[in-house]
Design a protein around this ligand. Sequence first.
Ligand SMILES: Nc1nc2c(ncn2[C@@H]2O[C@H](COP(=O)(O)OP(=O)(O)OP(=O)(O)O)[C@@H](O)[C@H]2O)c(=O)[nH]1
Ligand SMILES: [Mg+2]
Length: 208
Amino acid sequence: MNVLLFGGFLGAGKTSLILSAAKFLVENNLTAQATNPAKPSLIIIENEVGETGIDDKILKANGLMVRELFSGCICCTLTSELTVTLNELYETYDPQWVIVEATGMTYPHRIAETIHTYGKGVENLKIMIVADAERWEELMEIVPGLVEGQIAKADLIFLNKIDCMHHEALAEIEKSLHHLNPAAQIHCVSAFRGINPEIWREAVWRNE
Ligand SMILES: Nc1nc2c(ncn2[C@@H]2O[C@H](COP(=O)(O)OP(=O)(O)OP(=O)(O)O)[C@@H](O)[C@H]2O)c(=O)[nH]1
Ligand SMILES: [Mg+2]
């Protein structure tokens, strides 16, 4: 299984990007047996179903499955519940892709550590962190530790909502992101306008 673990602060655009990534994989036939609903090859694990409409008809029509996680305590229960769910999915379906949306209040790299230790069948795991360009300054004032900690351990960073920003302000944020995590590739995107498939090809498919 290839696991794409999406994180980033509340409202940054995680669900919007996940839908885009899932559509990319399906539309480019990068999911095996995508038409057999009994054995989905791409499963999305959501913390909660948001208003974006994760149960999008296009996704379901393409043999995708959406699993919800319900959890009282995001910091303790979620990680173990998620790992149990992943292991169940592996044993039942052995999907090619699992896309996970972590809650905005958590550090996805900690979830990744648990998956690496206790998860079964995970061949590849990428931590994809979504940064909110529109609220960057505000979040740096109210939750700097959380946002910086999420960014620092990302494999890939998506600076989202660039449609709301001027070029100069974006360049400054990009510089900060690079400073926080020099190793991660940074993609400047707008889920609202749509993501260039080449970005997904590079981010999701490479090293698969
Ligand atoms: N202008 C603009 N708005 C966006 C963009 N991406 C997402 N949004 C909006 O931002 C809001 C949050 O998007 P989601 O995709 O639900 O974000 P999320 O990170 O999944 O949110 P939570 O799951 O609640 O933490 C929605 O109203 C989206 O329509 C973007 O690129 N530009
Ligand atoms: Mg969401």
